[in-house]
Write a protein that binds this ligand. Structure first.
Ligand SMILES: Cc1cc2nc3c(=O)[nH]c(=O)nc-3n(C[C@H](O)[C@H](O)[C@H](O)COP(=O)(O)OP(=O)(O)OC[C@H]3O[C@@H](n4cnc5c(N)ncnc54)[C@H](O)[C@@H]3O)c2cc1C
Length: 539
């Protein structure tokens, strides 16, 4: 089966939906999303969206805070462009119906939260369910557009480019073009050739490369792996943000306890009750996430404890229930009343700062392929993302990409797609060794946690590389000879994403931002004030 469209959007989180809304003013849009339409990292975002809205705030201060967190690797031009776009993006979201929380006495003003690394209150939020509120409003707006089709349970498998042409031989220096994607339709169990003039990759992050993560199951690094296979540059993948406070509970599946809880006065304690953050940073609980995560990791390893505790029992009970209804409710459902008991927490993989390299308009190095949101490396986050800057970056870059795509589309009036052969499963047979998939997936997630986690060393990184190289060979072989399924596609992508993370981490011979290697504990500006960039040699 074949679909032809002007725009193919891969992913229905904040990045994909914001772009689709704008693209629908220019042409036909198809959104493919691998589960139900709302399932995304966006849907779980709690804290909010950073933007300069307070009278005592300024673009300069937001830029400064972002650059400081990014530890020398942000692109200042990108940071300024995104920060300056912030208030307009918030206004647009409010216009499509996002109900941001307002101040108690002044309902015409947004309540602005404070989070780690921000020098001013600037986090716009919808209680502690910001992502869900944004996701629902964007979905409703997109569904109201007649020329947008959302295909749920459709998994993008690979980007279509010259490599799919029959008898293709690459000429040196040839520009790779993207003409859409092969997409697995789960219900029909068939692969669709989805041809598009412009493709946007908005497939989110890769938290599921690790055993402990705050990310939902969709975050398997698909976009990263697809773009890499197609020949795009990927960069800075060693910079994985570990959120310091995921709920430590067997039934919680790494439920996040938002940074805003520390912003409102939550105190981190050891089992003994001792508050320990002042031993690590004068900003204590409001130090940037990497500092807090490393402090917790250090205390856990030193004592052999399995978790630390976040204490909000000194805060007003009514305020806790009003400000954090989701966290309060979730903990209560697990038998934990956070107004009376400390919350057990551990760090978990949360956000990947690197991704598919784009320019300041969201264009990748592949013609007609754009990327925005967590899958992209735009230059906004550098070596460490400032809290609540990711939703902002996703929505701002969706806008920049749509603006650029408009021009691109208008220059494609006489464009026609080359003949792309349909998907073929010739030579494929079911080996019925599906246990390999779950076993390999578990194994990768565990060794990535142990060897490529919060604190790294040369030895552990090299061990991780040896393991992933062997596994990847086996997995690619398995992929070639077995019928295509969601599990096989995700395993291939997780293993490629893991390999790329390890390679970036091995390249960087210093510690900076979120990458901490005990063998190079210092920052080395003389040699490493640059991105780690990877590009497939097989293209
Ligand atoms: C628990 C949690 C809390 C967070 N809190 C905040 C916060 O307060 N503020 C903030 O700024 N950031 C926060 N973040 C980060 C932020 O939510 C994400 O970075 C952001 O939502 C990413 O948006 P996105 O559109 O790029 O991707 P996502 O929202 O993850 O959407 C990706 C989409 O792509 C789809 N997809 C993936 N692979 C494929 C494929 N192969 N084929 C088809 N579809 C595919 C998915 O199903 C999904 O629809 C949080 C993240 C988490 C996990």
């Amino acid at each position: 089966m074949e679909i032809k469209t002007d725009f193919l959007v891969i992913g229905s989180g904040i990045g994909g939906l914001s772009f689709a809304l704008k693209a629908s003013q220019m042409g036909e849009v198809v959104i493919v999303t691998k589960k139900e339409d709302s399932e995304s990292n966006t849907n779980y975002a709690q804290g909010g969206i950073a933007s300069v809205l307070a009278p005592n705030d300024s673009f300069d201060l937001h830029v400064e805070d972002t650059l400081r967190a990014g530890a020398g690797l942000c692109d200042p031009q990108v940071v300024r462009k995104v920060v300056e776009a912030g208030p307009g993006c918030i206004q647009e979201l409010a216009q499509i119906g996002v109900q941001f929380t307002t101040k108690r006495q002044k309902e015409d003003q947004f309540d602005l939260g404070l989070e780690g690394g921000h020098s001013r209150n600037r986090v716009v939020h919808a209680a502690d369910l910001t992502g869900k509120e944004v996701e629902n409003a964007l979905l409703a707006a997109v569904k109201a557009r007649k020329n947008v089709r959302i295909l749920e349970d459709h998994l993008a498998v690979d980007l279509i480019s010259q490599h799919h042409l029959e008898n293709y031989v690459r000429k040196s220096g040839e520009q790779i073009e993207c003409w859409g994607a092969h997409v697995l339709d789960k219900a029909q169990n068939r692969v669709i050739t989805c041809l598009s003039k412009i493709t946007l990759l908005a497939s989110g992050g890769a938290g599921r490369v690790y055993v402990h993560t705050t990310n939902p199951s969709i975050a398997t690094g698909d976009g990263l792996a697809m773009a890499y296979r197609a020949g795009a540059q990927v960069a800075n993948l060693e910079f994985i943000q570990f959120h310091p406070t995921a709920l430590y509970h067997p039934q919680a599946d790494s439920f996040l306890i938002s940074e805003a809880v520390r912003g409102e006065g939550g105190v981190l304690r050891l089992q003994s009750g001792e508050a320990f953050m002042e031993n690590y940073d004068p900003r204590k609980e409001l130090a940037p996430r990497d500092v807090v995560a490393r402090a917790i990791d250090h205390e856990l390893k030193k004592r052999g404890d399995s978790c630390v505790f976040l204490d909000v029992t000194h805060l007003d009970q009514k305020f806790i229930k009003l400000r954090f209804p989701n966290i309060y409710g979730k903990c209560l459902s697990l038998g934990l009343d956070i107004t009376r008991n400390w919350i057990p927490v551990v760090p978990a993989a949360h956000y990947i700062c690197g991704g598919v390299v784009t320019d300041i308009q969201g264009k990748t190095g592949i013609e007609n392929l754009y990327a925005c949101g967590e899958v992209a490396c735009t230059g906004m986050h550098g070596a460490n993302r400032l809290a609540s800057n990711s939703l902002l970056e996703a929505v701002a870059f969706a806008h920049f990409a749509a603006t650029s795509a408009k021009e691109r589309l208008s220059s494609m009036k006489s464009f026609s797609f080359p003949p792309i052969p349909s998907w073929s499963e010739a030579g494929v047979f079911d080996q019925q060794e599906w246990i390999i998939i779950s076993h390999n997936r578990d194994w990768i997630q565990k060794f990535m946690w142990d060897y490529v986690g919060i604190v790294r060393s040369n030895r552990r990184l090299e061990q991780a590389k040896r393991r992933i190289d062997i596994l990847l060979d086996e997995i690619l072989e398995f992929y070639k000879v077995n019928p295509i399924t969601y599990d096989v596609v995700e395993l291939r992508n997780i293993s490629i994403a893991a390999k790329l993370i390890v390679e970036c981490a091995l390249q960087r011979k210093e510690s900076r931002g979120l990458h901490y290697n005990v063998d190079y504990p210092e920052k080395d500006d003389a040699h490493w004030l640059k991105n780690t960039v990877l590009q497939s040699e097989e293209v």
